[in-house]
Design a protein around this ligand. Structure first.
Ligand code: BES
Ligand code: MN
Ligand code: MN
Length: 462
């Protein structure tokens, strides 16, 4: 490691020590500290204009390196907030005390901490890439940074900020590192994100918890009912049964599906990497299609009744679940939330009441590969990995990305450097040193190619 690399690593580790959990109010101060940390880091990297923008939730960090209005402008987006670390017991080292360990996929070491990959590590790559570029001479493009603190909770305040600041955020392309790639040997560029509709349901039966001997057999047990209702949300082909759910789903052509199937994938590796003996999903689609181009419905959490030690004989008054649906183009997330609510309520037997609340949602996103932004990313990976990157549709969601397109009319380029095995949102999240340093090396190449393709495009049109 060079002395600069060592310093980058130390700085990154100090960033990861700040527990910037956006979902939990107990961490509100830490989220603010993390915002200040990002602002200072941008400033120290040489960004001349930096500010912290307060919102009714967590702050947005904004920075500008404006050089010349004739140059193209790149807006870098990322998030400094992280997912809650729980279940804490399953971490091998504390989530906010970063440690470096090697793994089979990261023989050069990886930093283990919440946010290591999603998204503090990847945001920090952009800050260090800026530092590297500035050390080599003046920028040949304008760069804007917008690093938010509420991505993991739905970006509600950022959405308002974007709508109110279209001029300030004006740019030619948005650059984001908040996704993954296929492997260290096979880079890929994310060409899609799924949308999301997140619901919470409550089944209420009797007005209090009951003795299951005295009442069992004569009342609808809310937990039994909830399980029964959930089991009806998929049919025997693992298709979602909500009427209208698939109506707007974009079907990929056979050609597109064959193209997708060219990406390296090993089913046995996939199974063993997550410790399952077999896969399961919608009939008629392969594993990779099921987790990227097809919509899904999953229970994320379910609770009710007695879960303490030993046994307690009880019929609970309530049972609850959190249910998310991953959506694809051209599903409308608000419409899907409505269809879910209607259908779910229709599944309830007599004797219980059903309440459904809508949490956040967002649209799916697809980026074409013919744009100069995509091409610049392609050549950047080719330069630093020596291998052409494969376009790859991803299964996760970043709801602000389709919003950028709608409000700013600008496409986002998703240059992610994480691996699926990095355990984002899980205990023992980590990010490889190889990936981190490759990111810092590849990002400046993106700017270089983008600037020259942009010039070529403008001279061709003139
Ligand atoms: N960075 C992820 C999304 C992601 C990860 C996309 C890997 C593709 C590959 C982001 O921080 C995230 O976790 N998004 C949430 C949605 C959000 C509204 C909470 C998600 O996908 O569950
Ligand atoms: Mn993220
Ligand atoms: Mn995330």
């Amino acid at each position: 490691m060079t002395t600069d690399q060592k310093r980058f690593l130390d700085e990154w580790i100090s960033f990861l020590k700040i527990p910037s959990v956006s979902a939990d109010n107990a961490y509100k101060k830490d989220v603010e500290i993390a915002a200040q940390w990002v602002k200072d880091a941008l400033k120290n990297a040489g960004c001349p204009q930096t500010e912290i923008i307060k919102t009714s939730g967590h702050p947005i960090v904004y920075g500008e390196c404006l050089v010349d209005s004739n140059y193209p402008t790149v807006l870098v987006y990322g998030h400094y907030d992280v997912q809650p670390p729980d279940p804490i017991d399953l971490w091998e080292s504390p989530p906010f005390e970063p440690v470096i360990k090697t793994t089979s996929l990261h023989p050069q070491g990886a930093v283990f901490a919440r946010g290591a990959c999603d998204d503090k590590g990847q945001v920090f790559m952009h800050i260090k890439a800026l530092e590297v570029m500035l050390s080599q001479g003046p920028l040949k493009c304008n760069i804007k940074f917008m690093i938010e603190g509420e991505e993991e909770v739905g970006s509600d305040n950022l959405e308002d900020f974007v709508k109110a600041n279209k001029e300030k955020l004006k740019c030619d392309i948005i650059l984001i590192s908040d996704t993954g790639m296929i492997s260290q040997k096979q880079p890929s560029i994310s060409t899609g994100l799924r949308g999301l509709s997140y619901m919470e349901v409550t089944i209420t039966g009797p007005n209090r918890d009951l003795h299951s001997g005295l009442y069992g057999g004569s009342v609808a047990n809310p937990i039994n009912v909830l399980c029964e209702m959930i089991s009806k949300l998929h049919d025997e082909n693992q298709r979602v049964t909500i009427p209208g759910f698939y109506d707007r789903v974009e079907e990929l052509s056979q050609e597109e599906r064959l193209e997708m199937a060219k990406a390296p994938f090993d089913l046995n590796d996939f199974k063993s990497s997550i410790g399952i003996t077999d896969i399961r999903g919608e009939s008629g689609y392969n594993n990779e299609e099921r987790r990227t181009i097809r919509p899904t419905l999953d229970v994320n959490g379910i609770w009710g009744g007695y879960t303490g030690e030993g046994a307690k004989t009880v019929i609970a008054s309530k049972a609850q679940a959190k249910i998310s649906m991953r959506l694809v183009p051209d599903q409308e997330w608000n419409e899907i939330s409505e269809l879910f609510t209607e259908h779910f309520k229709s599944l309830a037997p007599k004797g219980v009441t059903v309440d459904v609340i809508k949490h956040h949602g967002g649209y799916a996103y697809v980026t074409p590969t013919e744009t100069i932004g995509y091409k610049a990313a392609h050549y950047a990976y080719l330069d630093t990995f020596g291998i052409a990157p494969i376009p790859s549709r991803g299964g996760g969601s970043i709801p602000i990305v389709p919003m950028f397109e709608k409000e700013l009319g600008v496409k986002s380029i998703l240059m992610g450097f994480g691996l699926d095995s990095d355990a984002i949102h899980s205990p023992n999240e980590h990010f490889g040193l190889f990936n981190f340093f490759k990111g810092i090396e590849t990002i400046p190449r993106f700017y270089e190619h983008y600037i020259s393709l942009f010039k070529k495009k403008t001279t061709e049109f003139n």
